[in-house]
Design a protein around this ligand. Sequence first.
Ligand code: GDP
Ligand code: MG
Length: 160
Amino acid sequence: MASNRNRVALVGKIGCGKTTLMQRLSDDPIEYLKTQMVTYTDRFIDTPGEFVELPFFTHQAINITCDAGLLLVLVSATDWQNTIPPNFVYTYNIPFMGVVTKIDHPEADIKRARRFLDYIGIRPHLIVEVSAITGEGIEHLQNRIADLLKKTAPTKRNRR
Ligand SMILES: Nc1nc2c(ncn2[C@@H]2O[C@H](COP(=O)(O)OP(=O)(O)O)[C@@H](O)[C@H]2O)c(=O)[nH]1
Ligand SMILES: [Mg+2]
């Protein structure tokens, strides 16, 4: 089976901005597309938000993403409810980061989003804040992703 260790997996509630962020990080045009199924690109694994909103699917989210090079858990600054289980990220054996999205939004509450990410198991130094619309924080996120992927990318020695 092909390795996903060069790919970044995106997980988060429906509408939190996974697909838009992926488009921004890929320099693709930003257009709304409902993610109906798991979508693989060269650099990303985009998952439907149902994966973490419906407990029935949570194991599926983990199966699909557990061999990625990096897990990004997204929480929108506009979300007033979290559905991701406590310490979710510790199920994984790969690097992870938290991303607060939509920080440009007039109703953004970044502190609340950071609290949700803390509950999910992500400490403050592993959280970045971005807006896929204005581009704020995107360069910083690109750099952090590149650093973390370097640690897990297949090398001659560990290639499957
Ligand atoms: N204001 C604002 N809206 C965003 C941002 N990112 C995504 N959105 C909007 O949020 C909605 C859902 O985005 P989408 O990427 O499809 O979410 P997904 O379900 O997690 O893939 C769309 O209408 C996007 O335009 C952002 O950074 N700021
Ligand atoms: Mg989507």
